[in-house]
Write a protein that binds this ligand. Sequence first.
Ligand code: SF4
Ligand code: SF4
Length: 438
Amino acid sequence: MTLFTIKQIVFIGFLIITFSTFFFTTFKIYRFFKLTKPYPIKDFGKRFLVLFKVAFGQTTILRKPVVGFMHALVFWGFMVILFGSIEVVFDGILGSERFFAFLGPVYNIIIGLGDFFAYIIFFCIIAFLIRRIIIKVNRFEGEEMKAKSHRDANISLLLILTLMISLFFTNIFYIVLNPNNYSGVFPISKYLAPLFDGISYDTAYFLHELNWWLHILLIFFFANYLPYSKHFHVFMSLPNVFLSRLEPLGKLDTMESVLREVKIMLNPNAVIENSIEPASRFGVKDVTDASWKNYLDALTCTQCGRCTAVCPANLTGKKLSPRKIFIDYRSRMKELGTLIIKNGKDFTDNKSLIRDYISEEEIWACTTCNACAKECPVNINHPTLIIDLRRYLVMEESKAPTLINNMFSNIENNGAPWQYSAEDRLLWTEDLNKSQTN
Ligand code: SF4
Ligand code: SF4
């Protein structure tokens, strides 16, 4: 008696290749994360609330009722179908069929929902492809949306479509093979299975195996394709929403190193926390100056363009697209991170995120209105990164638009943003006194 069948051995081989490749990619990304700056995370209770509301409840995406609801259906469907995919892995390794069937009614509910969602997702993906390829929705276009971005999106959608087709055909031929004693509930496939009643057992068996293998091999391929595509949000959106910024939109982060210097200046005897290191860089010039959370945001961006579509700077023709900020960040990290890992942490290629990727014009076009951050379905916060890019320009290069430089001079000289000296501040009251005397 052999321990494993040929099918199990082949399956385990594919599984090992999948996990090894995925581990290799994850390790590479982890090394990129190590190049970034710390970002403290606290308030875990609140984070779970945000996760349930924004991620599982899909509240941001549902602001657009029709397309938002379709996206939400795809997300909820994936959650349910994931259970079936895990079962396929168990079946593949153990040589079993419908491993979790022992769960009884719970199994029936999950598998039933999975069958239902496979068809729903199929139709939603068709609609998404029509929106992208035929209708060409405006927010999918833009300077930063290169041919590769469109190709990548279409490939991912076609992969999901094939995943769903192979899933419901696996279900249909499973019913055809076991018409009276199948495990689980298949609310839609059971009505389609009779269409194949005339085919032989061998043909049904072949078609079941074909779709079963196609489905799981596509999942293995997809898992390794995602980290290189814009659809990486399939993995990253839940952690990114959980770790999202909890401060009110618009609240600026205090630069602790600057606060420390100000405290020392105001009171040289002040007790200063030793844990606050003097800054080696003010603001963000390149990707390694930004926090790991900025990189997580960049990896999570779905390139949906909802942020750019509401950006007043973009809408009024300024050279700023909040989506581009994170696309640029991800590209720059791929470029610089790879070089640093190869040549050591002090390596420089004499390029930077500012100017080589994001121009000063873009950085200063932002009104900091936070509409982008409010609209982003995966809670990416653009203004905080834009402010940090500005902080670098102002604090290290003394570079700001003339109007802002004038304001800085006025604050320095007059203690106020206006060009009048402090002594003249109450001059306007003189006329007031005269008119009262009269
Ligand atoms: S930052 Fe958010 S809203 Fe903007 S394209 Fe990326 S996922 Fe969409
Ligand atoms: S905060 Fe800046 S980038 Fe975001 S929507 Fe407003 S102007 Fe555009």
